[in-house]
Write a protein that binds this ligand. Structure first.
Ligand code: 5AD
Ligand code: SF4
Length: 480
């Protein structure tokens, strides 16, 4: 975590440069928080609620870092917290509905606790209709900001303390990446690391390119320096994050490939495991497959969203590969890394999907035999090309297909998982089991979990565990 500059002088104007400007506002907000704590005669607490993907989870760690620095302490129950932040997702419609529902709840609490602060950020805030609705019907919200200016969180908090009004700051897009801001980690031993932001793919169903903007890669030096700092601070596993990591570096002044970046990350001493997400099949290079094959640190897991098994639908989705190309890619990967675990995302009910198209999806699932698959019902997102396509598939049909797919995906997944039964594998011990305190939970290189008896002192270290029994999508084991 970055430390604050003790020389920040609040009687001077805010610096214009970043990140100095934010450190100035952190000091300022700290003063307001302290005043309020003195008035109330107690500590103030915060709760960050994260919806959606790993990118949002990482962003939430950044929000947490700022809140801690300005003097708030963490409270896991949002109903008790003095500052509640929803870091939202808008990939599917139901994510939005959940936010509105929970906001209603918060409003009731805030009526009793007027000094309470509510902030909203993340992908949903990048949709103009959402902000309009909030301005009209959710006046009790204090701060609204988007995905491009999350680094300004401290400044927005200070601004809210100084004004009586809702603070709204949404940018349409940005080419800026601000480095060296405070950040917290949920786990001391593993961390997400952003390597790029945004997406240029415009899959026809997807809202991400509109709410996360154009692709921007971080400089290699900044990424390596961050990972080295993390390792010095006890991290042994990193997850390199981007909407499409396979196109990392293409837009940098000195272009570099994702495979080359991985080779550099591999060299970092003390780092034991490397994961990354998400890969787009169309950009997954032979060079990357080679690097994965030769690596000692890259985990044996690849998340490779297929979305559909029908080449006709894939074209309408603007995915830029066919079923055959995807299967060929899977063949090449498995040839190079035979024991790799493959996972995927699948959408059911894309506009125009016929029973025949759906059977192609069932077929690709049969052929690839995924270790696990996230299955989604197509959700119409206003502003995307697919939203105005004709032939939206009736709900009952989609539901029926979804159930059939899910059943098969789960059957295959438990069969695939059972293959490792009886083997001994190295796991990173992550936590004490939620349901049974005598058990620890460890993660295999292939991302599966195993629960085994052990002492909590092992958390954060590696252990060899025999996988005694497969329970469908996890194992019970014994340390050897
Ligand atoms: N409807 C349903 N699922 C979607 N996804 C993205 N957009 C939509 C949508 N409009 C899914 C994709 C993607 C995952 C993160 O979310 O499968 O890979
Ligand atoms: Fe959305 Fe496609 Fe970009 Fe993934 S690659 S974020 S599905 S547009």
């Amino acid at each position: 975590m970055n430390t604050m500059n003790p020389e920040i002088n609040l009687s001077k104007e805010a610096p214009l440069e970043e990140p100095e400007r934010q450190y100035y506002y952190i000091e300022k907000a700290k003063k307001y928080v302290k005043e309020q704590m003195e008035k109330l005669g107690r500590q103030l607490t915060f709760c960050v609620v994260t919806f959606g993907c790993q990118m949002n989870a990482r962003d939430s760690e950044k929000l947490t870092g700022v809140l801690r620095q300005i003097g708030y302490t963490e409270e896991s129950n949002e109903e008790k917290a003095d500052f509640v932040i929803y870091n939202t997702c808008t990939v599917r419609e139901n994510a939005n509905m959940r936010v509105y529902g929970r906001l209603g709840q918060l409003n009731r609490i805030k009526r009793r606790k007027p000094y309470m602060m509510i902030a909203l950020c993340g992908c949903m805030m990048q949709e103009p209709e959402v902000v309009e609705k909030l301005k009209k019907s959710y006046r009790f919200v204090d701060i609204i900001f988007g995905t491009h200016n999350i680094y300004k969180f401290a400044e927005l908090i200070a601004t809210r303390f100084e004004s009586e009004r809702m603070v709204i700051d949404i940018w349409k897009d940005t080419d800026k990446i601000v480095e060296n801001l405070p950040s917290e980690r949920k786990f001391p031993f593993k961390s997400g690391v952003n390597i790029m932001f945004g997406c240029n793919n415009f899959c026809s169903y997807c809202i991400v390119p509109y709410v996360r903007g154009r692709e921007r890669s971080r400089d290699k030096e900044a990424i390596i320096a961050e990972i080295k700092r993390l390792v010095a601070d006890g991290v042994v596993e990193v997850m390199l994050l981007g909407q499409n990591v396979n196109s990392y570096g293409k837009t940098l002044e000195e272009p570099i490939s994702f495979a080359e970046l991985l080779k550099e990350v591999e060299k970092i001493e003390g780092l034991e495991r490397i994961r990354f997400m998400t890969s787009h099949p169309k950009d997954l290079s032979d060079e990357l497959i080679e690097v994965m094959k030769d690596s000692k640190k890259i985990c044996k897991h690849l998340h490779l969203p297929v979305q559909s098994g029908s080449s006709r639908i894939l074209e309408k989705m603007n995915r830029r590969y066919t079923k055959e190309q995807y299967l060929e890619l899977v063949r090449k990967i498995r040839e190079a890394v035979p024991d790799i675990s493959l996972t995927t995302d699948i959408i059911v009910g894309f506009p125009g999907e016929t029973e025949e198209d759906f059977l192609e999806t069932m077929d690709i699932v049969e052929k690839v035999r995924y270790d696990s698959a996230f299955t989604f019902i197509y959700s119409k997102r206003t502003g995307t090309p697919a939203a105005v396509m004709e032939e939206q598939v009736p709900q009952e049909i989609v539901k029926d297909r979804f159930d059939r797919l899910l059943k098969r995906v789960q059957e295959i997944s438990s069969e695939v998982c059972a293959v490792h039964e009886g083997t001994t594998q190295t796991v990173l011990v992550e936590s004490v089991n939620d349901h049974d305190e005598t058990l620890l939970t460890g993660r295999l290189s292939n991302n599966l979990l195993v629960h085994f008896p052990g002492d909590a002192g092992l958390i954060g270290s590696f252990a060899d565990v025999r996988l005694d029994e497969c329970k469908g999508f996890y194992y019970l084991g014994t340390m050897v």
